[in-house]
Design a protein around this ligand. Structure first.
Ligand SMILES: Nc1ncnc2c1ncn2[C@@H]1O[C@H](COP(=O)(O)OP(=O)(O)OP(=O)(O)O)[C@@H](O)[C@H]1O
Ligand SMILES: [Mg+2]
Length: 252
């Protein structure tokens, strides 16, 4: 069992997009996958509700909800056979909330966009994040990802330089493409699209998945932290999904 968290206090950098695509990848690879949503916006949870019924199930956990009528630890229990846990987090995390989130992860991915505002915000976030004992001691693995990349821009060169010298693994460069938006609209990840989405995008994901899996192979099976169980929903496909041009590889 391995817990991988998407984290960056800067909003809109791609945390939910990468979380849902990673969860989709693991589910379609036959792993028992859980998507934990700590963001009250519920974007990852919403993505799960739009997932076609024939898609491999992903257990969703709405960790941002208040526990009503049961203890929080009961709500935060995981299915016993969980292989991969992907954790989405909100923007603006800091202080105790940041420390709590970091304590719930084995690997952390920090996505960053190529704008001066995003680089400055990520730099500030990473400075405070790097001071957390769990990060300082190397008890959690951390990688940075350049997201929405447009390689031929001056800003991208700045981002490349910033991430290369961040002190963390520079695990992937994901290009800016509508494929993520189209896949998200029907509750899928790009790995689950017929014809595999664009080969270019899958190639860009390969080093990120390899980085997470390297950590997974090192994580002991026992997991102390508890999250809740939510049975995989049997949501009905929306007409939008049915009409949508993309369909699952599994159907083919
Ligand atoms: N590689 C990409 N190519 C194209 N669009 C992208 C890409 N990554 C993210 N987006 C789009 O950028 C927007 C913000 O992404 P996302 O919601 O994943 O960010 P976030 O970090 O989760 O935001 P928040 O902090 O508000 O939770 C979304 O509309 C998403 O579809
Ligand atoms: Mg989000």
């Amino acid at each position: 069992m391995h817990r991988v968290m998407l984290l960056n206090s800067k909003g809109g950098c791609g945390k939910t997009t990468i979380a849902t695509n990673l969860a989709g990848y693991y589910a379609s690879s036959g792993k028992n996958t859980v998507l934990i949503d700590h963001d009250g916006q519920g974007s990852g949870t919403h993505w799960l509700t739009t997932r076609p019924p024939q898609a491999p199930a992903i257990h969703g956990i709405e960790a941002y909800r208040e526990a009503i009528g049961v203890t929080r630890s009961f709500l935060l229990r995981l299915p016993e056979n969980t292989d991969r846990i992907v954790i989405d987090t909100p923007a603006n995390v800091q202080g105790q909330q940041l420390a709590d989130l970091v304590s719930r992860s084995d690997s952390i991915i920090v996505p960053v966009l190529s704008s001066q505002i995003d680089i400055d915000a990520a730099s500030k976030f990473m400075r405070s994040f790097a001071q957390l004992p769990r990060v300082l001691n190397g008890d959690v693995r951390v990688a940075v990802v350049a997201n929405r990349v447009r390689t031929h821009t001056v800003m991208y060169l700045d981002l490349e330089r910033f991430l290369t010298h961040s002190g963390f693994a520079f695990a992937a460069r994901l290009r800016d493409t509508q494929a993520y938006i189209r896949a998200a609209e029907c509750g899928l990840g790009i790995h689950e699209l017929r014809a595999g989405g664009a080969r270019k995008d899958l190639d860009q994901w390969a080093p990120l998945i390899a980085w997470v899996e390297e950590g997974a192979s090192e994580t002991p099976d026992a997991l102390g932290t508890a999250y809740c169980i939510r049975p995989a929903g049997k949501e009905k496909a929306t007409s939008r999904q049915r009409a949508f041009a993309f369909s699952l590889k599994a159907e083919g």
